[in-house]
Design a protein around this ligand. Sequence first.
Ligand SMILES: NC(=O)c1ccc[n+]([C@@H]2O[C@H](COP(=O)([O-])OP(=O)(O)OC[C@H]3O[C@@H](n4cnc5c(N)ncnc54)[C@H](OP(=O)(O)O)[C@@H]3O)[C@@H](O)[C@H]2O)c1
Length: 270
Amino acid sequence: MTDRYAVIGDPVAHSLSPRIHAQFARQTGQALSYDAVEVEPDVLPVALQALHEQGYRGLNATLPHKVAVMALCEAVSERAQRAGAVNTLIRTDSSWRGDNTDGEGFISDLHRLDYGVSGRRVLVLGAGGAVRGILEPLLAAAPAELVVSGRSPWKPEALAEQFRPLGTIRPSTHLALKGDRFDLIINATSAGHGGEAPRLPGQLLADGGDCYDLSYGKAFAPFRAWAESQGAARIADGLGMLVGQAAAAFELWRGVRPDTAPVIAALRQG
Ligand SMILES: NC(=O)c1ccc[n+]([C@@H]2O[C@H](COP(=O)([O-])OP(=O)(O)OC[C@H]3O[C@@H](n4cnc5c(N)ncnc54)[C@H](OP(=O)(O)O)[C@@H]3O)[C@@H](O)[C@H]2O)c1
């Protein structure tokens, strides 16, 4: 029987994961199926059990389940605990093991794009769930400085405290960044979904500086416009991160790492 995998979410019809994993399966010659399963939050525990009974070997969790599935796994990896969320479930004999591949997908996309982190001044905009997932690999990549900035100081301060054992993060508000310069600015806010970019002081980007937005599609447009107005040397969206986190999940399930570049190119073609 073909090994079965699925993404669970609510809604889930828009998810690109079935397309991505179908391409990975073709590319690596693996026989598997990958479904999109709509699961409402109040039936999540029952649904996880049912999918286990139906023989699914792995799941991806997307909104709004990434936090809630943590408590339903029999074990959760250290990086998923740090991120406070699970996006990948691996079947065990009687339940699921939780992991989080978002940070790995993010950093692998920076490598693919040849965006350096080591020795550079890096600014992360936003302090929500996605930021919790990318801070560990960012710190491991040894930036000269890592600043996390929010609309208010509380969430950046809490993140700096939480990640202190892994390295130094300077918390800030967007307004307090005035006069600072960064070599890499990463937008990890959800502002683009509301058609806007975060409100920032001018001249934050150093000459030759790069910009990266975790958002993709229409939500990428406002930050791209801001980055262009600041003279960014390079500007990238988060489609590569999406495919990168999927590739890391695929490797956890199948033991083989697919090549993300052709899949990203195919998704861009529509
Ligand atoms: N490419 C990928 O694979 C991938 C993976 C995960 C997430 N993402 C994207 O990353 C983004 C963040 O996701 P998330 O899960 O972290 O969301 P989240 O937990 O809801 O956090 C959203 C963050 O954005 C900030 N924000 C919202 N509207 C803003 C505005 N108008 N101006 C400035 N800041 C604003 C919030 O600030 P406050 O705390 O002040 O409200 C918060 O820090 C989303 O666009 C999501 O699509 C992409």
